[in-house]
Design a protein around this ligand. Sequence first.
Ligand SMILES: Nc1nc2c(ncn2[C@@H]2O[C@H](COP(=O)(O)OP(=O)(O)OP(=O)(O)O)[C@@H](O)[C@H]2O)c(=O)[nH]1
Ligand SMILES: [Mg+2]
Length: 232
Amino acid sequence: MSDIYVLIPAVNEENSIARVIEDIPADLVKEVVVVDNGSEDNTINAAEKAGAAVLSESVRGYGAACLKGLSYIFGKCSDDDVIVFLDGDYSDHPEEMGKIAAPVIGENYDMVIGSRILGKKLGMTEEDSLLPQAEFGNWLSTALIKLFWGYEFTDLGPFRAVKVSSLKKMKMKDMNYGWTVEMQIKAAKFKMNCTEVPVSYRKRIGVSKVTGTVSGSVKAGVKILYTIFKSL
Ligand SMILES: Nc1nc2c(ncn2[C@@H]2O[C@H](COP(=O)(O)OP(=O)(O)OP(=O)(O)O)[C@@H](O)[C@H]2O)c(=O)[nH]1
Ligand SMILES: [Mg+2]
């Protein structure tokens, strides 16, 4: 039976991180790993108290934190285990983890993306939670992935499940905002078996770091497009 490990990159999320961890179905997962990048608030304590293993990465960046978490998890898991990525700001609904992980565990999928775009069509997203720049960026990025590699995604959503053996094959490198798109491009290039499931989405708790800020959106947009064209 495959084990599920959860990887949550988090910086300054003291008001949300415990709620995220507490909403993860405990019977489903082997370990929750939070990777911090120098939080100046109570994130680390809150995450530990809620039952997570907390790692610290000195190099700032979403991708850097994910790489740290992966090397820790790869050191203890087996190749047919599953890693679920999840944000620490309580925008995703951790209780939906089962439906994201199920196709990897039971149906031989390599990767399942939780799609907020499919969720929105079903009325599962809170109004104004998925910002217009995120929707446009997702639309453009997924259209380019389809054009260049023939794979159809609707979202670059952070809430996703990937089989350990497939993640190892991807040899992920991106240190910050290109992480999610790099993973989807590599899945397409390796012709991996991918699918999406609709997920709910709500407004984050705490202070925006990426999409909710102008500089974060511009940096993320530039890095995502650079990652796509560099991969050709
Ligand atoms: N460890 C680590 N985590 C990060 C970093 N940047 C963002 N995060 C975390 O990654 C997750 C996603 O970042 P968010 O700030 O929610 O990004 P977003 O959803 O695009 O935009 P906002 O929610 O509007 O800020 C959250 O849990 C953040 O705390 C980082 O440099 N290091
Ligand atoms: Mg967020």
